[in-house]
Design a protein around this ligand. Structure first.
Ligand code: 26Q
Length: 823
């Protein structure tokens, strides 16, 4: 029976619920309770509203019987949830009052929540922003992922080097998750394939797996903003089956029984970083299949509950979105199910599968494209290997039919790479098996069409669409920068968090000195707050009046933190030579995690810390230059840094950053961008205007030309530019690390002896000039403020609501399902 009475949450009812959980969930008396008791009880009290809304949402979906989209991602970087959930449920004020009546501080509890860091970087955070938008737009969607015991590692800095520490985010329990053992699914692995005989006398393959285990779901409820819709992020945990143990146990081998259980459970133990090495990847493929198998089984269970056996309506009711190739086995798993279990003819199964799968590409870097060795795939998934071979055979036949006699093209389009070692190309599997394939920014999609997907786009141009990434304005403005949010609301009203194009109305206030003053004052207050955090984290004092120059993102050579570092060294050298040189006071702020096995990235972190140590101690530059590396970059730290940034560094080698999303977060919070014409920067330039951005450097085309010509010579730039030479010499001599050239030698070598793959030297001078323009504008406070306002006004397009509307119309054909909730 549905509970439908209207239900008002008041400070009193929040208080009662909170005290109830404290007593009966935590088992403590209020007088003796801890902050963890308070936080857990509060989350559980807030969760009541989420559950009520979820049940209302399910009722609406049951009635509408809509198509449902299933978003599959190995990563969700959701960060903290309490603040966002309070805002979405409109419980912020009642909770504040309830806690106040008990003498407790909400701010303290908000700050005690651990991040759920089940992702590495942009791709994982994008998935989290998309969930927020899908709920906000009332779209019938499930998110599927893995419940890793350990998320992205915590970063410590010791002697300037990165150290990785396990992320024990579940140690205190996780109040937002709802354990759903009733929805457990079975997953099979290994073994071999037998050929049986079907009813019609034909040969029928039978997969005889060597082992099975269970996927147990944990649901996290994601509320929309300004709507009653609540969607589910379903995270799977691997568990060993009981009877397995009994078998071995009965043979008296207790220890082996326990070991087997451990091996099964280890599948969801840890999130993999995108290491540039092959080491330790054995489990990763198992994880990818585990996600796919759990999600596909769950989707099929839900479909079968409503209509048994009629698979032709599947594409009208179901779609899958594959977040990169990590869940690309979905294509093979669906084919295996339809052919082997549902008994459909191959052609019908293929029609359905290619009608429901869609694939988003997030990178063109060759070393980041997923390929799996054939033996490894064979060991884990013998039947899927057969299925993929048959997919490939028929797919290439179709290609031959369309464009006869092009052996090279067949070689490029094959799902198998055969140059000595035999590998599965997951991008080709995903592209062959998908109805839509999309890139994540216009430039990225163009490059995708011209390079990685060229053959596919030539034959199936309608398959390819461009959907530029976005960010949720709820977390990345309303929640993280409440003062700026309020100032904006006072000028243009409060509809912008659900309709970000409204920000355009701020353009009228660009020259309004009251608004300028307010925006500058808010930025200053945010910088004062960040200065406090910097002091806590690093012990360094920074001046909030200085220009906060911010580069926060994963550490990767193509993102060129090294270019930023060389600029700082050049400024420092200039002040050494001419201590009275005029310089806009700056604070350089870095935060970044390096993949644990990424040798060069770890050395860049060492370099930045070396620069910081030297610069921050030198009285000659005091008051003009500071450099800080903030440890353990994660969603929660981003929420503190981004509102305090003046200048946003988006300086990747053009053509290599698929989109970027930090660029959008920083611009939305009133930082001006210094950047290359890469990823979504290109579209930001169109929206914001060239006068309000500092664009520099080679274009993607120029980069491609220069690289292809084979004539790029970093030494030419070295010889021609004394500032560059001076900066590089510091690297070479090891001047920053106690005169030990060994520590940073590899960085020098990567630039000067190994061809400077990311063209740092080529862009150095244009970068310095762009930096000079930025510094000059910063000195004119009014002009800077006007640019900041125009910058914010142009950011409406970059709401993830816009991205998701495009997915809903161009990819999913998915109408909204309104929810008439009462609470
Ligand atoms: C692959 C195999 C084994 C282990 C790990 C991985 C792996 C994990 C994560 C490979 C790649 C990733 C993450 C990629 C990523 O974050 N890409 C970024 O996606 C953003 C959202 O589209 C873009 O804005 C960024 O430009 C892009 O770099």
């Amino acid at each position: 029976m549905a509970v439908s009475s209207s239900f008002l949450v008041t400070p009193d009812s929040v208080r009662a619920s909170f005290l109830h959980y404290l007593r009966f969930q935590r088992g403590v008396e209020f007088e003796r309770s801890s902050r963890l008791d308070h936080l857990t009880s509060l989350c559980l009290a807030v969760r009541e509203t989420l559950v009520n809304r979820r049940l209302d949402t399910q009722r609406a979906w049951r009635r509408a019987q809509p198509k449902i989209v299933n978003y599959l991602s190995m990563e969700y970087m959701i960060g903290r949830l309490l603040r966002n959930n309070l805002i979405a449920t409109e419980l912020f004020e009642p909770v504040q009052e309830a806690l106040g009546s008990l003498g407790l501080s909400l701010d303290e509890l908000l700050d005690a929540e651990d991040d759920a860091g089940l992702g590495n970087g942009g791709l994982g955070r994008l998935a989290a922003c998309f969930l927020d938008s899908m709920a906000t737009l009332d779209l019938p969607v499930y998110g599927y992922g893995l419940r890793y015991d350990y998320g992205i590692f915590r970063q410590k800095i010791r002697d300037g080097w990165q150290e990785e520490v396990p992320d024990t985010w579940l140690k205190n329990g996780y109040p937002w998750e709802i354990h759903r053992p009733d929805l457990t699914v079975q997953v099979f692995m290994g073994g071999h394939v037998d050929w049986g005989v079907a009813a019609n006398g034909e040969h029928q393959p039978r997969w005889l797996p060597a082992r099975h285990l269970f996927g147990v779901p944990y649901d996290v409820l994601i509320p929309g903003f300004g709507t009653k819709t609540v969607i589910v992020l379903r995270l799977w945990r691997a568990e060993a089956p009981e009877e397995f143990d009994f078998e071995i146990f009965s043979r008296g081998d207790y220890l082996r029984a326990v070991e087997q259980r451990e091996r099964a459970a280890a599948i969801t133990r840890v999130l993999y970083p995108p290491d540039d090495t092959e080491a330790g990847r054995e489990l990763r493929l198992t994880q990818e299949y585990f996600l796919v198998a759990c999600a596909v089984r769950d989707v099929i269970n839900r479909f079968e509950r409503h209509r048994d056996g009629d698979w032709s309506s599947f594409p009208a009711k179901v779609a899958f979105q594959l977040n990169d190739t990590h869940p690309a086995l979905t294509v093979a798993e669906l084919m295996r199910f339809f052919v082997d279990e549902a008994g459909l003819p191959w052609a019908k199964a293929w029609e359905i599968t290619t009608g429901v799968c869609n694939y988003t590409n997030h990178t063109l870097l060759p070393e980041a494209l997923e390929t799996w060795p054939a033996e490894q795939m064979q060991r884990l998934l013998p039947r899927h290997v057969q299925v993929i071979h048959e997919i490939n055979r028929r797919f290439l036949d179709e290609v031959r039919l369309r464009v006869p006699g092009e052996a090279d093209r067949i070689g490029r389009m094959s799902i198998f790479q055969d140059n000595g070692d035999y590998r599965f190309r997951m991008a080709n599997l995903a592209m062959a098996g998908s109805r839509r394939v999309n890139g994540v920014a216009r430039l990225h999609t163009d490059l995708l069409r011209r390079h990685l997907a060229r053959d596919f786009a030539e034959l199936w141009p309608e398959k390819f669409v461009s959907i530029t990434n976005g960010i949720t304005p709820r977390r990345w403005l309303l929640a993280c920068n409440p003062a700026l949010a309020e100032a904006i609301t006072r000028r243009i009203g409060d509809s912008w968090p659900r309709d970000l194009d409204r920000l355009e109305q701020l353009r009228a206030f660009a020259e309004d000195s009251d608004f300028q003053d307010e925006v500058l004052a808010i930025k200053h207050a945010n910088k004062v707050a960040l200065a406090g955090t910097i002091r806590e984290l690093t012990g360094v004092d920074v001046d909030p009046a200085s220009l906060f120059d911010v580069q926060v993102k994963r550490l990767h050579e193509y993102k060129r933190q090294l270019l930023n570092a060389l600029h700082i060294i050049a400024l420092y050298n200039r002040l050494q030579i001419d201590p009275n040189a005029e310089l806009t006071p700056r604070t350089f702020i870095f935060a970044a995690k390096a993949a644990p096995a990424y040798h060069m990235a770890k050395r860049v972190i060492r370099l930045i810390n070396a620069i910081a140590d030297t610069v921050n101690r030198d009285p000659v530059v005091a008051g003009r230059l500071k450099v800080v590396f903030l440890p353990d970059y994660r969603v929660t730290l981003a929420e503190k840094i981004i509102p305090a940034a003046d200048l946003s560094e988006q300086i990747s080698t053009a053509g290599l950053e698929a989109s970027g999303t930090g660029n959008m977060k920083l611009a939305l919070n009133g930082a001006l961008t210094i950047g290359t014409l890469d990823g979504a920067n290109v579209e930001m330039l169109e929206a914001i205007g060239a006068e309000n951005m500092f664009i520099f450097g080679l274009t993607a085309e120029e980069v491609a030309e220069l690289r292809a010509s084979g004539r790029y010579n970093p030494w030419e730039y070295y010889e021609a530019d004394p500032d560059l030479r001076g900066a590089l010499e510091v690297l070479h001599r090891g001047a920053l690390v106690g005169g030990d050239p060994g520590v940073l030698h590899d960085l020098w070598a990567s630039l000067m002896h190994h061809g400077d793959r990311y063209l740092v030297l080529a862009d150095f001078r244009p970068y310095l000039e762009a930096q000079r323009r930025a510094a000059a504008l910063y000195r004119h406070r009014r002009a800077w403020a006007a640019a900041v306002i125009r910058n914010i006004a142009g950011m409406g397009r970059f709401s993830s609501d816009r991205s998701i509307r495009e997915y809903a119309s161009l990819v999913w054909d998915l109408p909204a399902v309104p929810v008439n909730g009462t609470r």
